[in-house]
Write a protein that binds this ligand. Structure first.
Ligand code: ADP
Ligand code: ZN
Ligand code: ZN
Length: 810
């Protein structure tokens, strides 16, 4: 018999076994079962219920009776529209994730789920025969989900079984739902930076909570309890064990009373005007296109954005503006809210789930026409897009390093294709790929070669940079930097110090065996923390008391090397006892989300010196900063990724560019152990094009992007030998089947080899690097091997991922 069926992406499947499963649709659900709606379906041998998303409707399916039937349709209206469905399919095909993972990326967590009822399973376990068959089914389904929203859906679908579970004490209602979220400050929770790929002993409830945080970034404590069906005590214990941390989030309110600025009051200079004219013409053409705005630091990219946004809105179309760091949102958001008011929405992972859901709804309902946000904001349900701006598109934060491993730029390009919109990337240090594309004429290039000057008759000077050789100095601060800071203190001007920390900590080295004292679980040096005199592993959280004996050879000749923020603080206090110092880094708990307050305080002159890591290097605009110090410029040159030169160049150029943005000329002092290195020298001169020439020649010679794509296949497992041989088997399969690829497709396989961090939290890590062309035939080739190998006994207990053009230094 023929009839209506749907194809469903089901939650909780693994990539290797994921597919669009077919289900028949009972007549009474026929008009609700449409693409983009969620359903509850029986799944697997025991027909546990799972939530899924309809990705295809098939009106005339043969042998409909052989299919399992959809149990219910969750949404009255499709939760995602046509364009989002296309994005879902695109994500699944290009970044190797499941249908449902792709779906989850598109919508904020908890959306469409009623927050009114709140249940959780109790500790009690049902004995055999204690429950009716249906109630037992619901119980088993419920115990498989870590998501309070899904649980609520299952319960509302089968009220009678739910009542039975409640009556017999297996399901309980919690009182959390009765509390209302106050909207001034919200107590938020997120995983600690050290949590990373850590797998410390968590209870099942803690693990469920950690998974939600890993997926969603952060949540308010109450929301997390809701999502996981746990109590606040569970969260407290996670904080105690160091897996999570609490912070307060102040709800950003639109500045109702604040003065509004008028876009018409902005007068562009000739470079800005030229860029505006060209890009606005592209927008008016209604064709998918891309542009690169290459403007030196301080050239005034923001006013160009503002004018372009205004132009796009006036022509009846909408805008997404992506920024790389949550820490930059308050600044950007305020600027655009002053110009455009309530029509600006903000979406990023630092918001609580209900705030995200609210903003999402404001966008979806058409109340907002401008979306400002970080990576995931690229999926905002905005219609009729005319322009997507990506500020600092070379930043690593635009690439997701956990599944789905997408790059915001690729997603933005997809959306521009759909909407006939313009993708505008902008930077003083464009990614090598973008600049190459501009050279080839695929992207239209606009250059702003000078700093913006308020006086059109006078050129604003770039900062004057000096390179200081630190070899053999043994100090953290050079004499030049100390006297520079002193001069600034005397003049009442401010200074910024960048501590480039990547791969560089205070660690302990043994003078006898020449090796750093490392974590027993990971192959990573332990970091010394003075505050409690302990050695801590930043990857798995292992810690031990500091001893003066080498654990390997027993020698007592241990010495501290490297430099952390703490040692720097000590030196600063010693040299500048009266200076007010603001420290911004990811280690000062709470501080990461209090950026706004701190930056504002710095802007108001409440501090003399700001010290920080990467997060202070870019985007900030403080006119009174006239000195920038880079403390260990070369450290990130050797991080093990082919992008490490590009990143180091960009970081130094950008932080130097924070200096002298007001009326006085800026100065920069770059301390380094590699004073002759061309990357350091060109960054000091802010000479991007010379750097680009060197870099593109190297990429061409060694075959790196943009001359190929880099596909990494990663393996991790508890048993070193098993993990290594799984990687070998995978590599053999590639070699065997490489003939299946179209001829002339250049593919080069490197490895398998150990990862830079070869062991993290008791898991050994291997990787195969494939230089390839990222196209449909290669992707289907590699995911085919992934699917086939997943069935082999050798792959039991081994996790495998496929990542395109990601960071290979981790
Ligand atoms: P960047 O290109 O580094 O992002 P900004 O957009 O922050 O530069 O601009 C640098 C400084 O110059 C800011 O203080 C900004 O207000 C000022 N500026 C740039 N263009 C104009 C303009 N057209 N009118 C007035 N001020 C401007
Ligand atoms: Zn030793
Ligand atoms: Zn460790």
């Amino acid at each position: 018999m023929n009839g209506l069926s749907v194809r469903v992406g089901v939650s909780g499947t693994s990539f290797a076994f994921d597919q669009a499963y077919s289900y028949s649709v009972p007549a009474e659900l026929a008009d609700k079962a449409v693409c983009g709606s969620r359903v509850i379906v029986p799944f697997g041998r025991s027909d546990r219920r799972r939530v899924g998303i309809i990705v295809e409707v098939c009106p005339d399916t043969e042998d409909i009776g052989k299919l399992k039937a959809v149990s219910s349709v969750v949404d009255k209206m499709p939760i995602i529209g046509n364009e989002q469905l296309r994005l879902l399919l695109w994500l699944r095909e290009t970044v190797f994730c499941t249908y449902y993972e792709a779906f989850r990326t598109l919508i904020p967590p908890g959306l469409g789920v009623s927050f009114v009822q709140k249940y959780r399973l109790s500790q009690k376990k049902p004995k055999k025969g204690e429950l009716s068959e249906k109630a037992m089914g619901l119980y088993l389904s419920a115990s498989e989900t870590d998501d309070g929203g899904e649980l609520a859906m299952m319960i509302s679908e089968d009220g009678r079984s739910a009542a039975e579970l409640m009556e017999k004490g297996f399901l309980e209602e919690t009182d959390l739902a009765k509390q209302r979220v106050r909207d001034d400050t919200v107590s938020m929770v997120r995983l600690t930076p050290e949590y990373s790929e850590r797998d410390i002993k968590l209870t099942p409830k803690q693990r469920a909570a950690a998974e939600v945080l890993l997926r969603e970034g952060c949540a308010s404590v109450r929301e997390l309890c809701y999502m996981c069906g746990c109590t606040a005590q569970v969260v407290k214990n996670m904080v105690k064990s160091g897996a999570a941390e609490l912070f307060d989030y102040e709800v950003l309110k639109a500045p109702e009373t604040a003065e509004r600025d008028n876009v018409d009051d902005i007068t562009l200079n000739r470079y800005q005007q030229n860029a505006f004219d060209g890009i606005s013409r592209m927008i008016d053409e209604h064709k998918p296109a891309s542009a690169l705005l290459f403007g030196v630091t301080g050239s005034g990219k923001t006013p160009v954005f503002a004018k372009l946004i205004d132009h796009t809105l006036k022509s009846g179309r909408n805008v997404i503006m992506l920024i790389p760091e949550i820490s930059l949102t308050p600044q950007t958001l305020n600027r655009f809210r002053r110009l455009f008011g309530e029509t600006v929405a903000v979406l990023h992972s630092g918001l609580s789930l209900s705030m995200r859901s609210n903003e999402y709804k404001r966008v979806k309902s058409g109340q907002c026409r401008i979306v400002v946000g970080t990576r995931s904001a690229v999926f905002a349900p905005l219609d009729n897009i005319g322009l997507i701006i990506m500020d600092e598109e070379g930043e690593r934060t635009y690439k997701s390093e956990s599944s789905p491993r997408y790059h915001a730029k690729d997603a933005a390009a997809q959306r521009c294709l759909y909407h006939n919109a313009v993708l505008l990337t902008a930077s003083a240090t464009p990614s090598i790929e973008s600049y190459y594309s501009a050279q080839k004429g695929r992207t239209k290039l606009f250059v702003m070669p000078e700093r913006y000057s308020a006086d059109p008759n006078e050129k604003a000077a770039m900062p004057k940079a000096e390179i200081i050789d630190m070899t053999g100095s043994g100090r953290v601060l050079s004499e030049e930097l100390v006297s520079g800071i002193n001069d600034n203190l005397r003049r009442g001007e401010q200074s910024i110090l960048l501590l480039n920390r990547r791969g560089y900590h205070t660690f302990i080295t043994c003078s006898e065996c020449k090796e750093p004292v490392s974590c027993p679980n990971c192959s990573i040096p332990l970091t010394y923390h003075k505050i409690n005199n302990r050695l801590i592993c930043h990857y798995c959280g292992y810690s031990q008391d500091y001893t003066d004996r080498c654990p390997k050879c027993g020698s007592s000749k241990l010495r501290l090397t490297g430099m952390g923020t703490q040692r720097l603080e000590d030196e600063l206090a010693e040299f500048f006892p009266s200076a007010k110092i603001l420290r911004m880094d990811a280690d000062t708990t709470y501080s990461r989300y209090a950026y706004d307050k701190r930056f504002t305080a710095f802007g108001n002159g409440e501090y003399d010196i700001m010290v920080g890591t990467q997060m202070i290097a870019k985007g900030l605009d403080f006119p009174n900063v006239t000195l920038v110090g880079v403390l260990n410029a070369d450290k990130s040159l050797y991080s093990g990724d082919f992008r490490s030169y590009e990143r180091t160049f960009s970081l130094i150029t950008q932080v130097v560019g924070r200096s002298g943005r007001g009326n006085s000329r800026g100065r920069a002092i770059i301390q380094t152990y590699a004073p002759d290195h061309y990357v350091i020298n060109l960054a000091a001169q802010q000479n991007y094009t010379a750097f680009y020439e060197q870099e593109i020649a190297m990429r061409r010679a060694l075959i790196y992007p943009p001359f190929c794509d880099i596909c990494a296949v990663g393996f991790s497992g508890e048993d070193d030998g098993k993990t290594s041989s799984a990687a070998d088997i995978f590599a053999e399969k590639i070699a065997e089947r490489i003939k299946e690829l179209p001829e002339k497709m250049p593919v080069r396989v490197l490895g398998p080899s150990k990862c830079v961090f070869e062991k993290i939290n008791g898991k050994f890590r291997y990787r195969i690097i494939i230089k390839c062309r990222n196209n449909a035939s290669f992707r289907s080739f590699i995911s085919g091997i992934r699917t086939d190998t997943a069935k082999l006994p050798e792959f039991r207990g081994i996790s495998v991922y496929i990542d395109m053009n990601g960071d290979i230094s981790l």
